[in-house]
Design a protein. Structure first.
Ligand SMILES: Nc1ncnc2c1ncn2[C@@H]1O[C@H](COP(=O)(O)OP(=O)(O)OP(=O)(O)O)[C@@H](O)[C@H]1O
Length: 271
């Protein structure tokens, strides 16, 4: 068991997300439509479905990142603990602090040190005052990401000197250093070897004790291993928007799906 330094006073509680009648578009064309989905706190929710059904778009809608894409728009609501992140008075920077994100390709700043990579999100958000306990914050985030013991003697080494799996855990540490309430993960193991993948999956199971986690994955075994709840999306034809077909406890979705399209997808007949 890792020694986790005590959390700071600012440590946040896991939040819930309610996606309500959400349609996300690129240049007016819906990529994912009419989605209603409840994301429960301290659970892992997996988004699965064939390529192009809008999983990543839906994920990016959950912290407003979708609107940073040129030509993108959204209708409907994403309620973060009951407050709509798309309301006029909502603060996008604050939302992205509360709802962090980890991407497919581990992307630490290559020449920046391991330690400074962890602190980068805080520095960008100007949340790190001069008096802040930088080393303690870095240690706490690296410990939560299961990386502290591997890097504690290499904190000044460049981020690029770590292995791919370590770099992805460094990115998770960077996301956790901001003390988010929700962590969105877009195929976080897509470019990792099987051992690094299992390490990240162990980590996901640990962090869900504190955070709300949403993961996009193409790997159904991975969804079955880590997710409490699984949501299946698909589109009726290429070019049509993705829609939510079925959501439920992961075991039920995989053992007795209620919709034929879900069964066809998980049995490999489509997708
Ligand atoms: N930046 C963009 N500009 C225009 N269209 C986009 C953009 N990103 C995604 N799309 C379109 O939106 C639809 C959904 O894409 P998205 O990447 O969300 O699907 P996905 O299910 O995550 O796919 P994959 O599993 O292949 O990653 C697709 O038709 C895609 O072409």
């Amino acid at each position: 068991m890792n020694h986790v330094p005590p959390t700071s006073d600012a440590a946040a509680a896991a939040a819930r997300i309610d996606v309500v009648n959400l349609t996300a578009r690129y240049h007016g064309r819906p990529a994912v439509a009419d989605v209603d989905l409840a994301i429960e706190p301290r659970q892992v929710t997996a988004l699965i479905g064939p390529s192009g059904c809008g999983k990543s778009t839906l994920l990016r809608c959950m912290n407003g990142l979708h609107l940073t894409v040129p030509g993108a728009s959204v209708t409907g609501q994403v309620l973060l603990d009951d407050a709509d992140i798309y309301a006029k008075d909502s603060n996008p920077v604050e939302i992205r602090h509360r709802v962090g994100m980890v991407f497919q390709r581990p992307a630490p700043f290559p020449t920046m040190s391991v330690r400074d990579n962890v602190l980068a999100g805080l520095q960008l958000g100007r949340r790190l005052g001069r008096g802040a306990p930088h080393d303690e914050i870095a240690e706490r985030a690296l410990t939560k990401a299961g990386l502290w013991h591997e890097v504690k003697d290499r904190l000044k080494a460049p981020g690029a000197s770590l292995s791919g799996g370590q770099q992805q855990r460094l990115c998770i540490a960077r996301a956790l250093a901001v003390e988010p309430e929700v962590l969105l993960m877009d195929e976080p193991c897509a470019h990792l070897d099987p051992i690094s993948t299992l390490t990240i999956e162990d980590l996901i199971r640990e962090i869900k004790e504190t955070y709300t986690v949403v993961i996009v994955t193409h790997n159904m075994q991975q969804a079955a291993r880590v997710a409490d709840t699984t949501a299946f999306l698909t589109m009726s034809a290429v070019g049509e928007p993705g829609r939510l077909v079925e959501v439920g406890p992961t075991e039920r979705i995989f053992s007795s799906p209620r919709r034929q399209t879900t069964e066809d997808y998980i049995s490999g007949k489509i997708g």
